[in-house]
Design a protein around this ligand. Structure first.
Ligand code: SAM
Ligand code: SF4
Length: 470
């Protein structure tokens, strides 16, 4: 078990202040339009400006927020959607989070940790579907040390089948010590995600029993400070919507982003906003259940508040909600998701077995189907990892745009990874839809030299070369 240190961070969350901001529902159209204009000029918003957007209730003004979020996403990020798969490594857990199917008091949960051989088989199965980016997920347990996380990460990178390889491994695990972060960083991890679950201290105490590791709000809140100190400057934050007022959580996330930027020079790389789903043994009322309409608002407002931060919408959401919300600023989604430990290598089909899984997912489509859906919506599914691998990192890189950057690098690189997918893994139907999308992307390129270079590389991929990028 990671030893806790005296360093327990700065409490930058003022609950009473955020509560007040969240409760202020006075809508000021003039001010809201000024804030939208600021966001469209790609400037991050303050917590107070975000609160002013959260106060909007009138349908016309809400529409302006949605339109701005859609536009900002296209301006900063283009029409790419990055795809990844979660890979659960083990569900042993010493914590007792009341909403989770892995909590320790749930005796009927079936527990398992992947062996190294199992892990290789899982990674091979994911590569055979076309995945290039994974997020490894762990319960909190003495077995899941930083060394173990590093080892499992390395196995993912080393396992290669056919043209398949994993080019980026992100992590979602309990917060580590500074030394722990150093150890996982050395294994070449991408983003380290820690969700605060709820930023409200009273609600936090309600769902995370005292005396458990996770019951320590400050140890969790300061997790990202230790990550930076340990050399992990690529971090993802998140809140689990349903534990407390959704407006408060958005303000908590923005406060956290502002804090990281101010203290470490870069904000979070990604923000996640999972909503609580049904889980094994879960039967409590959610007084703050976030409705679909609120969900759509929170995604659009987060987009406007943090223009350069990736937004992740997971398969917890149904295909229908994902279809409705994706255009308002989402940049990453998981696809072909399976939560049962060790199940990627098994045949598809059948119901989820909740006693073996963390929660129920809403979107069970396979990767191939998701890619067809995205291209049908004029998005370019992307497996691109070139920026990280070329060392183009930092606030305005890593999938995000400085002016001209998307056209020169991101869009063509996304197209190249899509082409690899279509050649190696797609069904005939998806292959046809994918190449139509590639034609649309080529038609947009105005610089003849750049267009020729991209066409040349696409030809090379069709002739068997892989991993080409600008
Ligand atoms: N065990 C580590 C921890 O808690 O930090 C790793 C994260 S856990 C395996 C992944 C995330 O799933 C949690 O941070 C939580 O936000 C989310 N989660 C837990 N139970 C959930 C549920 N019933 N519905 C949706 N998301 C849930
Ligand atoms: Fe354990 Fe994480 Fe589930 Fe909490 S959310 S019970 S820490 S796996």
């Amino acid at each position: 078990m990671e030893k806790k240190q005296s360093l327990n961070g700065v409490d930058f969350i003022d609950d009473a202040y955020l509560d007040n901001l969240a409760k202020n529902t006075a809508e000021d159209p003039g001010k809201v339009r000024e804030i939208i204009a600021k966001s469209l000029s790609k400037e991050p918003l303050s917590v107070e400006e975000t609160a002013a957007l959260l106060a909007v209730e009138s349908p016309d003004l809400l529409e302006e927020i949605f339109n701005a979020a859609r536009q900002l996403k296209r301006d900063v990020y283009g029409n790419r959607i990055v795809l990844f798969a979660p890979l659960y490594i083990g569900n042993h857990c010493i914590n007792d989070c009341k909403y989770c199917g892995f909590r320790r008091s749930l005796r009927t949960a079936v527990r398992r940790t992947l062996s190294e051989e199992d892990l290789k088989r899982e990674v091979s199965a994911l590569e055979n579907e076309g995945h290039k980016r994974l997020i490894l997920v762990y319960g909190e347990h003495p077995d899941y040390t930083p060394e173990f996380i590093a080892r499992t990460t390395r196995i993912c990178y080393e396992t290669k089948v056919g043209n398949g390889e994993i080019r980026r491994v992100n992590i979602n695990a309990a917060p580590l010590s500074v030394e722990g972060f150093r150890i996982v960083k050395e294994a070449g991890i991408g983003t380290f995600q820690i969700f605060q679950e709820t930023y409200n201290k009273k609600a936090y105490a309600l769902y995370h029993p005292e005396g458990t590791h996770k019951g320590d709000y400050m140890w969790r809140l300061s997790g990202m400070d230790r990550a930076f100190e340990g050399g992990c400057d690529d971090v993802g934050i998140g809140a689990l919507f349903g534990l407390y007022d959704w407006r408060f959580e958005v303000l908590g996330l923005v406060t956290h982003a502002v804090y990281l930027k101010k203290n470490f020079g870069v904000g979070p790389h990604t923000i996640s906003f999972p909503r609580i789903q049904a889980a094994h043994g879960l039967n409590f009322d959610l007084p703050y259940q976030t409705t679909d309409a609120e969900f759509k608002r929170l995604v659009a407002i987060l987009r406007l508040a943090v223009p350069y931060t990736g937004l992740i919408m997971t398969a917890r959401e149904s295909a229908q909600i994902r279809d409705e919300v994706i255009e308002f600023g989402v940049s990453q989604i998981d696809a072909g998701t399976r939560l049962e430990i060790g199940s990627y290598q098994e045949k598809r089909g059948g119901q989820q077995k909740l006693e073996k899984e963390q929660f129920k997912i809403g979107d069970e489509r396979q990767l191939d189907e998701v890619i067809r859906w995205l291209t049908g919506r004029d998005f370019v599914p992307s497996f691109c990892t070139s920026c990280y691998r070329l060392g183009r990192t930092g606030e305005h890189f890593m999938e995000y745009a400085i002016p001209g950057f998307i056209q020169r690098f991101c869009s063509p690189n996304a197209v190249l990874t899509l082409c690899e997918y279509l050649e190696d893994y797609a069904s005939p139907e998806t292959k046809a839809a994918g190449y139509q999308q590639i034609e649309r992307e080529l038609a947009k390129i105005t610089n003849p030299g750049e267009k020729i270079k991209l066409i040349e590389r696409l030809e090379k991929i069709k002739n068997g070369q892989r991993d080409l990028y600008f």
